[in-house]
Design a protein around this ligand. Structure first.
Ligand code: GCW
Length: 703
């Protein structure tokens, strides 16, 4: 049958209580006002068809899927394997796609790639697999009118990283300390509420759609800290996981599960979870088989072991390769992977002991294990050696394990970057991390490490920042972090400012805003440099922390100084910073290959922004910038607050041009950001003034 799908019933009928985030219906205006041909079959092709149909129903376009084929389509979305495309232009593009587009390669498009071209006045998306068609369609949406411009270059698009994952730290039960979502700042969980699954399929489906539109293709549905109820998602509560997998599948999003290393004991009633015990191996094999019976495309397990009190192989005198390989063996027959976290350190450190350095821990534990992990083990490494700070060096583990598949873990949830009360666009920070070359200019980037050899890398992961808040991320502008994560995981070379504009354009459309150009410029101005602004008014020069213990919001300079957590700044009357040199400190600099082992070792060569991470220096030490450390502290803290004041003014200018509910929410958060930034400024400046006795060169008020 022909024509026919236009106007078919939408799964999204009715008014939602949640905001549309980056795909309000108007984002589909260009696509939806044209004749469109969809060619091919499959679950994800149905998703494409559904999206296009809804857009066309709204904007007057038409959709064809099936004969008769006489159609002058403006847009053709076709699977190559579906055979001849009944449109002359599309057919010539289809045939022309092999050999190679972009001048290289074999023309293969892969599982997720697509060719986007404009041929004889027709825009064509060709893919070899349904997921590619879906991503290609979202690309057309992103481009808007430009997708139908005859100047559109023919290009093959493939993701740089195969694994683009969001880890949710969601609990099923409300945990007495960490709540429904550990480090969650956007309300309740999309999956769980108060001990049970929510079954909110409409919202979950919308979530899957947002993820697909920015390129994310997997999630983990529960916290890495696996408590009693959550452990059972692996067994008697597996049905809830299967249900989530089913809702997200049409958007190409695969589901993973965090599991407890002690599961054979707590769920299986075995006396041990020893990875070398045959009963334990058999238990994991059987449990995993049952998972795949219910969820054939299940992604795999995520494990936090021997970390912050979680069970792990150390209890049995085994190492982390033994532990990870145990689960890998169970997953291998089904094509699953185990992501094993490298976040292992002593959280019961004695602050008096200057020889222990938390920054060293991951490398000390894991680098010696390189080469010992099974092929389907991915070691998931936090991007920095400590813990998602607004500034850290890149983790040396990422340069130390060439024979291991490595995933890089980022944190979209803003635990240490303002908790979604502060504007802090993380795209520039992540981009800097991904472009870093741990072996110097001649070597590869962190993005290359995540991509791995022949695409077998562990990929890019972020801790998710969404919840059931109407704006998804509580701070409406924090959505940009989720979006930027997906886009950078697809292409780590994208420019963060351009990603930001893309997000702004896809989210704040002319119909929704009175004055789109002002809104665009204003949002860009507020957000683009907001990470550096945040850095300016918080802990200086890479020293990190100085947050309130426990909840980690707001300043408390000495909050962690005499605790067991290993996060110290060592400020005294003469100076501040952590000596991590080989010459006189903890030797952490020696975990880097050259040139960084030398650059970081040297007080003179170390980059200013990391100086206090690597060195303990006098307050009058002169930075590359020409300022002393103490004057830098004062200047950046005054400047940071002024920048927040300017953000707040800018936002006032767009009142009336954006949805009042959004405007109010952002305005209220900017007020809090300003209050908090002032608190940071005053505590940090006062603290260092009192310690050092050095006055501000500009005579500003310090308390
Ligand atoms: O950053 C710390 C957080 C913990 C978190 C842990 C981790 C899930 O404060 O809340 O636990 O890292 O990454 O495992």
């Amino acid at each position: 049958m022909s024509v026919p799908v236009t106007g078919r019933a939408s799964a999204h009928a009715g008014k939602s209580i949640w905001h549309a985030a980056w795909l309000p219906p108007a984002a589909f205006r260009e696509l939806g006002s044209r004749p469109v041909l969809v060619h091919g079959e499959g679950l994800l092709v149905d998703t494409v068809l559904d999206e296009v149909s809804r857009a066309c129903a709204r904007y007057g376009g038409r959709v064809w899927h099936g004969p008769p084929w006489q159609v002058d389509a403006d847009l053709v979305l076709a699977l190559r394997e579906a055979g001849r495309v009944p449109n002359v232009a599309a057919e010539s593009a289809r045939l022309g796609a092999t050999p190679a587009v972009n001048g290289a390669g074999d023309g293969a498009l892969g599982d997720e790639g697509y060719l986007l071209a404009r041929v004889d006045g027709v825009t064509v998306v060709l893919a070899d697999a349904p997921a590619g068609l879906l991503y290609g369609m979202f690309h057309v949406v992103r481009l808007g009118a430009a997708a139908f411009d005859d100047e559109l270059p023919a290009r093959r698009h493939r993701p740089a990283l195969d694994r683009r994952i969001l880890d949710h730290w969601d609990n099923v039960d409300i945990h007495p300390v960490s709540g429904q979502i550990e480090r969650g700042y956007a309300g309740g969980s999309l999956f769980w509420r108060d001990g049970a699954a929510r079954h909110d399929h409409a919202r979950l489906r919308d979530y899957g759609r947002l993820l697909a539109a920015c390129g994310v293709n997997a999630i983990t549905v529960n916290n890495v800290n696996v408590h009693d109820t959550e452990a059972r998602l692996l067994t008697d509560r597996l049905g809830d996981v299967a249900e989530t997998a089913q809702v997200l599948r049409p958007y190409g999003v695969r589901v993973h599960l965090s599991v407890s290393f002690a599961a054979p004991v707590v769920l299986g009633g075995l006396p041990t979870a020893d990875p070398l015990d045959d009963r334990v191996r058999a238990w994991w094999a059987a449990a995993t088989r049952r998972v795949y019976q219910r969820i054939p495309d299940f992604g795999g397990y995520l494990v936090k072991a021997d970390s912050e009190g979680r069970p792990g192989p150390f209890a049995y005198g085994r190492d982390h390769a033994d532990g990870a390989n145990l689960l890998a063996e169970a997953l291998a027959p089904h094509g699953g992977v185990v992501r094993w976290r490298a976040f292992v350190y002593d959280h019961r450190q004695d602050w008096r002991d200057r020889s222990t350095d938390r920054a060293r821990a991951a490398h000390d534990h894991f680098a010696p294990l390189d080469g010992r992990f099974d092929d389907n083990v991915i070691l998931q490494v936090k991007f920095g050696p400590i813990d998602f700070q607004p500034r850290e060096p890149v983790s040396p583990v990422l340069a130390a394990m060439p024979a291991t598949r490595l995933a890089v873990e980022l944190q979209a949830t803003q635990e240490y970057t303002g908790q979604q009360r502060h504007v802090c666009y993380l795209g520039p920070w992540w981009s800097e991390v991904l472009r870093f070359r741990p072996r110097g200019e001649a070597g590869g980037t962190i993005a290359d490490v995540a991509a791995g050899r022949a695409g077998a890398g562990g990929g890019l992961v972020a801790v998710a920042n969404v919840g059931d808040d109407p704006f998804w991320t509580a701070h409406p502008l924090a959505q940009a972090n989720l979006y930027a994560f997906g886009r950078l995981a697809w292409d780590p070379l994208l420019v963060p400012g351009a990603i930001l504009d893309e997000w702004i354009d896809l989210t704040w459309l002319p119909v929704a805003t009175g004055d789109p150009e002002t809104v665009r410029r204003t949002m860009h101005a507020i957000m683009d440099d907001s990470w550096r602004t945040y850095e300016r008014y918080t802990a200086p020069l890479g020293v990190g922390f100085m947050v309130r213990p426990g909840h980690h919001y707001g300043p408390d300079v000495d909050g962690y100084e005499y605790t067991p957590w290993g996060t110290y700044h060592f400020a005294d009357r003469d100076g501040v910073g952590v000596d991590r040199t080989r010459a006189t400190g903890t030797g952490f600099t020696g975990q880097y290959p050259p040139p960084w082992s030398e650059v970081y070792e040297s007080r003179e060569r170390c980059p200013d922004e990391l100086l206090l991470f690597f060195h303990h220096v006098p307050y009058r030490h002169v930075l590359h910038s020409g300022r002393t450390v103490i004057q830098h502290i004062y200047d950046t803290h005054f400047a940071g607050v002024e920048e927040v004041a300017a953000m707040r003014e800018r936002w006032r200018l767009v009142a009336g041009a954006v949805d009042p509910a959004v405007h109010d929410r952002v305005a209220e958060r900017l007020d809090e950001q300003f209050r908090s930034a002032v608190e940071w400024r005053d505590q940090i400046n006062t603290y260092f003034f009192r310690k050092s006795g050095v006055p501000d060169a500009h005579g500003r008020r310090i308390h």
